[in-house]
Each structure stands twice: as structure tokens, then as C-alpha cells.
Design a protein around this ligand. Sequence first.
Ligand code: MLT
Length: 404
Amino acid sequence: MFQLNENYLKLPGSYLFSTIAKKAAAYRAEYPDRPLISLGIGDVTQPLALVIIEALHEAVDEMAKAETFHGYAPDLGYEFLRRAIAENDYAARGCSIAADEIFVSDGAKGDSANIQEIFSSDSRIAVCDPVYPVYVDSNVMAGRTGEYDAATGTWSKVIYMPCTAENGFAPALPDVTPDLIYLCFPNNPTGSAITKDQLQEWVRYASSVGAVIIYDAAYEAYISEENVPHSIYECEGARECAIELRSFSKNAGFTGTRLGFTVVPKDLKCNGVMLHSLWARRHGTKYNGAPYIIQKAGCAVYTPEGKAQIAEQVARYMENAKMIREALKESGYTVYGGVNAPYIWMKTPDGLTSWEFFDRLLNEANVIGTPGSGFGPSGEGYFRLTAFGNRENTKEALERIRRM
Ligand code: MLT
């Protein structure tokens, strides 16, 4: 008789954002006359930029003619897009990344969940705490995390690196040596960033202990400070010890259209085996990347018009972030983040747990946010609001919070 992957049974019943969506749906059903405003999941609200829409239309037309029709996409993604990425995201920042080290995908979420497949099942993982839940959940599914302790909200084999107000939300190097280190900067959920010197320290550490850094740079478009790196490959030695995940979701609004990429440099090797060739097998066998139409649209992001149009959208979200920070401060809350990232991370008031504050915000302001403890034990006592809402809703949410 077939058996289940028991690791799946260890997972909490539902994914953090699914739990929140279910709570919101239940509230709507009970109080249909109370319109909810969501500043919860980090989903964008502005429509795709005009230049992207035009590229989508053109690509659809190409698919209608035999001479310009496209079937399966190449394993790594179309060269026109990989070249544009290599030139604009890497060469322009002084990073040496070749087009054939870039694997185009349908977004960073799937890649961040799947990348662990190329590592041994007994690899020790280290994560920031709080952390984007996908990194831990995917390792739970792979059986790498040991047992869950409900009292502390921790897994026995995971190395947690606390990120709190006390350490400026920048993790210290772990005491126990990891094999895989997940870092995300600018950070989801704390909205914090680290400097290039701090990141360089991580690269040095990973090289010295023989660990790989899985660096999630999904929010790099929101960096406003000079000394914050946009890519881990700005650091010396990173080609030998780091994989980078990128997304078109947060910078260009592809949350619904899906596009992202992962960089696996050919210098990253284990006992002489290139990790690049292992990830290439995954793409060749398990995965076909994003469709031609979407990759064409992604290419438009790198045109001069595309750069200008998406910069305007990012700026608009960052005006929201500033507005949220200032309004919350005026109302007496302690807030962090929102300077290099579209997330505001606040202390919960009156000693409330983060789920208690979720309920208060839902019931008294009809606003949905994300409880910090959903991202890990050190997130308890914190709460995340996103700047991705539309301007009117964000203003209205802040006014409701002020009146609470
Ligand atoms: C978040 O809200 O943390 C993100 O939107 C989730 C994601 O990108 O998958």
C-alpha cells in the first residue's frame, strides 16, 4: 500500500498566508458590511507598466503566426532575457555573472522552495529568525529539520539566527556550523537591510566553513541607501559560495504573471561537481521555466522606458512605506523597516502577542496585517504591514488605525 511522505505531516495545517486569507474570508462572511483593507501578504496592487503590457500583446501576436510561434522554452530560459539580466542586474553593478549562469523560472517562491533538492538530506540549514516561511517549510518537507517543538515554535535541527531590534535585525554568525545559510536582504519580513561590509563578512564565513549561502534578493529594487548591496555577487568570493534568487514580482508587478530567476555560478562546486550542472538537470527534467510571452514581457523591464516606468511604481510603494512609518510613529507605535524595503515591522502595543494584535486590527480597524510570530519565534511581539497597497486604501487603513 502506498505511504505518505511523513515529513509533510509534520507541517502546520496551512501556510501562513493561507491561514490569514481564511481568517479574512471568515470575517467577511460574518460581517459583509465591514470592508477589509489588506496590508497583509506582500502582493502588488499597481497594474503592470505600459511597456510590459505592450510587450505581452506583441508576444501574443507572435504566438499566432507559424513563423514566430514558440513552443517549449529553453531549459535555462530565453537567451534574450538572460543577456538582459546579466547586463543590467550584474555587469552594470560590477558583478561578473554570465548569461548562462542564470536560470529563468516562474518566480523566486518556487526556486527558494526547490533549491534545497540539490543538497544532501542531512545538510544543516541556518535561517534568520523571523524568516520567509518557504525556506523552512521546504526543508521540513525534505526531512531535514528534525522535530517540531510547539512550545518554542522551533525545529530541532534548524539553526535559528535571531534578528531583533537589539541586533538591528542583522543576524550574528551562528555558533553551530551550518551547511546551507538562507539570507534575504532587504529582508522579508523585518524590512531591514545590511551593508556590503556585513554581507562580505557572511561570504567570508561561508567560504571558511564550506557552507553555501542561498541569498534571496527579491526586494533589491527597494534599496535606497548607498552602502546596501543589490546582489551578493558584489562581494568578493561570492561566486564560489553563493546562489542568488531574484524575482520580477516585487519590482515589476509579476506576482500574477510569474517570472523570476536563480543564479548558480559555475565556480560554486562541491568535491569538484558544479552545482550549476545539478540545477541544470532539474530545469531540464522537472521544469520548463516561464512561457515565452512572459519572458518577452520580462525583457521589457530592462528597456529605458521599462526602467523608468517600474522605478515610478517602486517609488510610489516607497511613498506608502514612508506614510505608514510616519503615521504609526505619530500614533505612538515603535516601527522599523520601510527604508530599503516595502515592509514595515512594528512592535505590538500593550504587550499583545502578534496574533492578538492581528485580531485587534481586524476587529477594530478592519485592517489585515501579518503577525510576526508567523515568521518564527523571534517574530513574536512584532507585526508586519506591507507598503504594496494602493494609496487610497493605505491612507484609509492608517486613519482607521489612528482611530483605534
Ligand atoms: C510575503 O508577503 O511575504 C510575500 O508576498 C510572499 C511571497 O512573495 O511569496
